[in-house]
Design a protein around this ligand. Structure first.
Ligand code: MOS
Length: 749
């Protein structure tokens, strides 16, 4: 086969669709309300489920007013541990590295406030809600353990998903002893809740032992397998539809308890059931980011080069499961240092179990590292950007490997230029705006791994010259389906309007997980490979067909262009897909493809996306109210499939950074363990007025190792440099170093 049709040939040539700043294909449907989310499904005979959440954080349920709830008009059934149908798996066991221990009414134990303790199923949402209120549970209550002094402290066996909790390169103590300067920085970060716009929702319908589920999900085929396992049925018996997600941020990647409860309720009643979480119910059973307490110790030599980075982080997890924010690992891959040590501790508390959330590890860890770097620059009397450039990592500090690509220098240079960093005074408190507000400029390095997972795709070329290309992927709102459809169209060599791109249901080939900012790279590779496979089969037929204009082109090869195969040795000779299929008497031809990283490349190179974020804050000199007035990020993330959506993703990532730096904080009352601010009135996220100006510059980057498309990830990287940049800007405005997030006004007074 000609190598232009071979997707594994290194940086492949893409067609005319990739690289275009297309708008979201589902944008109009979403803003006009035509897009149906899971909770918009109303099958005939639908019942509504509302669960009662525990009013205590630890103990046992001693009574439930089941009779009162059942007597309420419209209530059909009350599901408790007494009558809930059996599960094939024990929900208290960990069945899979990507599965959590979950609450499915397995007993009367309460492990956190808001934990589901009973489900009321009714003809209307109102009746179910009132029924749940009538349950009026009583408890045998034990004291809640909240915060770092709460429960047991221990050394976690893993951090993140299967990550190593400790790493050491060189002798940190010896390095500390011989460093010219050593600065220790302590940073605390709070619990954070995902707060996707769309609450977790599910509609479940049984038909014998076949199950149909509508629920938003970031990893559709894996979730199908998970649900099937809990109910002891083959995965083929489960249809999971997730056409639209109103945000996920990690919290919709993993199966959660309320989903099981809805399916159980449908089983118990023999009718379709819908369960939609209320906003306040999203502060418990559907994960969060654990709090961290971090210590970063940096050493430098007489030339202000790093001699060591030591990073320790303690994170909170639940009493019964763990997901440890791998914050300290963020220090392994950012700056050049001969000595590196990262380590993690954990503390149990009576909350729901944390999970992946918006750059888990990188967001928290880089926040601490960037503040530490800024303090070291101050210590050296150097401009923060100059200090970072001096400590630029030419190879990956942890593994010593070459990078697959790294254009961070360009990010620094272009970002600084666009922001206007030059001339920034070294001393804090020197700048004011026209209203007399203190002005500060800070920066941070953005970094995020460029992972690939596993995905499959199918491409079918049709006799009418169109194609259908599909993979069970997830678009959380980031525009994944638009970018994937662009790749899919290029894979089959057709204009986008000739290609039907299908995604979002479990009967399609496994699209893998929309997580780790690796969805475009992974599912995109599968889609391109599937298209190339179909085109290659077509080319095979045409080149052997004496009636084809490309007959005998084998050695020179052909290239797919806009629905035609064109001879490379004579571009005037080409054959259309439709004609090739018609002569061969075929109605269609199918190609299949897989997306996964080449193991040899993975072994040989360190793979990351990089960037630089510059922040300006304005601070009221009397009230100390903080505004982020400007954010400029320059990012290099391999080949950009859709610059409009990629920039939008990175803008969004930087805005997450604003939320982290200034707003988001999940607070639990240490006496009761209950969330204090479990709604969007109390849990603050940035709104338009909080982000007056944000801009992303995309820096060109060719990467010949990450995958044949050269695609890295863009989503989560944006938060990683931003939190520290804002904290450093606050210092530059006020001279006050940030020690905890979010930055409270009281910390500056
Ligand atoms: Mo994510 S936290 O990569 O879904």
């Amino acid at each position: 086969m000609p190598d232009t049709l071979n997707p594994t040939a290194g940086h492949v040539k893409l067609g005319s669709n990739s690289g275009q700043p297309m708008s979201r294909r589902d944008g109009v449907a979403k803003v006009t309300g035509a897009a149906t989310y899971a909770a918009d499904n109303r099958p005939d005979g639908l019942l509504y489920a509302v669960y009662a959440g525990a009013g205590i954080a630890r103990g046992r349920v001693t009574s439930l007013g089941v009779g009162a709830a059942k007597a309420h008009p419209g209530v059909v059934e009350v599901m408790t541990p007494e009558n809930r149908p059996p599960l094939a798996l024990d929900p208290d066991e960990k069945h899979h590295f990507f599965a959590w221990r979950i609450e499915a009414l397995q007993n009367d134990t309460v492990r956190y406030a808001g934990q589901p303790i009973a489900v009321v199923i009714a003809e209307t949402l109102e009746a179910a809600t009132e029924g749940a209120r009538l349950l009026a549970p009583t408890y045998d209550e034990e004291p809640a353990r909240i915060g770092f002094d709460g429960g047991e402290a221990y050394d976690p066996p893993t951090v993140g998903i299967g990550g190593n909790p400790t790493f050491e390169k060189g002798d940190a103590e010896a390095a500390e002893a011989r460093s010219a300067k050593v600065v220790e920085t302590k940073i605390a970060t709070p619990m954070q809740y995902h707060n996707a716009m769309e609450p977790h929702a599910i509609v479940a319908q049984w038909d014998g032992d076949r199950l149909t589920i509508d629920t938003p999900n970031q990893a559709i085929v894996m979730a199908r397998g998970g649900f099937a396992a809990y109910f002891g049925i083959p995965p083929e018996n489960v249809t999971l539809r997730s056409p639209f997600l109103g945000g996920g941020f990690g919290s919709k990647a993993i199966l959660v308890g309320p989903q099981l409860l809805c399916i159980l309720a449908a089983k118990l009643t023999g009718r379709p059931v819908k369960l939609t979480l209320r906003r306040d119910q999203m502060y418990g059973p559907v994960q969060h980011r654990g709090a961290t307490r971090q210590t970063v110790t940096l050493g430098t030599d007489g030339d202000n080069r790093l001699t060591m980075i030591k990073h320790h982080s303690v994170a909170t997890t639940s009493s019964f499961d763990e997901f440890i924010e791998g914050a300290a690992n963020a220090s392994q891959n950012t700056y050049a240092t001969p000595v590196l040590k990262s380590s993690h501790g954990a503390v149990r508390q009576d909350t729901g179990t944390p999970g992946p959330m918006r750059a888990p590890g990188e967001a928290t860890g880089s926040a601490a590292l960037e503040v530490a770097m800024d303090r070291m620059a101050e210590e050296a009397g150097m401009d923060p950007l100059e200090f970072r450039l001096l400590n630029y990592a030419e190879t990956d500090p942890a593994s010593g490997k070459e990078y697959s690509s790294k254009n961070l220098r360009e990010c620094y240079a272009e970002g600084a230029k666009r922001f206007g960093w030059a001339g920034r005074p070294l001393t804090p408190g020197m700048m004011k705006d026209e209203h007399g507000r203190l002005k500060g400029w800070g920066m941070g390095t953005a970094m995020f791994p460029a992972p690939m997972f596993q995905a499959q795709a199918r491409a079918v070329l049709k006799a009418d010259g169109t194609a259908v290309v599909e993979t069970a992927g997830a678009d959380m709102g980031q525009g994944a389906w638009t970018a994937l459809a662009q790749i899919a169209a290029d894979g089959v060599g057709l204009p986008a309007d000739k290609v039907e791109f299908l995604s979002g249901t479990s009967d399609q080939p496994d699209g893998g997980v929309a997580g780790g900012s690796g969805h475009t790279a992974t599912a995109g590779s599968a889609l391109f490979a599937a298209g190339s496979d179909a085109v290659a089969k077509l080319a095979e037929i045409a080149m052997k067909d004496p009636d084809s204009p490309v007959f005998g082109a084998d050695n020179a090869g052909v290239e797919a262009r806009e629905g035609r195969l064109v001879r490379l040795d004579d571009e005037s000779r080409s054959d259309s897909y439709a004609d090739i299929l018609a002569r061969a008497g075929l109605s269609e031809i199918e190609g299949n493809g897989t997306g996964a990283r080449n193991p040899a490349d993975a072994e040989a190179r360190a793979m990351f996306s990089h960037g630089a974020v510059f922040a300006e804050v304005l601070i009221d000199p009397d009230l100390y109210q903080i505004r982020v007035s400007r954010l400029v990020g320059a990012f290099a993330a391999g080949r950009i499939i859709n610059p409009k959506l990629a920039a939008s993703q990175l803008n969004g990532g930087m805005i997450w950074g604003v939320g982290f730096a200034l707003h988001e904080e999940g607070i639990h009352d240490p006496r009761t363990g209950r969330p204090v601010n479990g709604d969007l009135a109390g849990y603050h996220v940035p709104v338009n007025a909080d982000v007056p100006f944000v801009e992303t510059l995309l820096i060109d980057e060719e990467d010949h190792f990450v995958n044949a498309l050269g695609v890295k990830g863009v989503g989560e990287m944006g938060i990683s440099g931003t939190v520290g940049a804002i904290a450093n800007a606050v210092w530059h405005a006020t001279g006050k170093r940030v020690t905890s997030f979010p930055i409270h006004i009281s910390a500056l007074l």
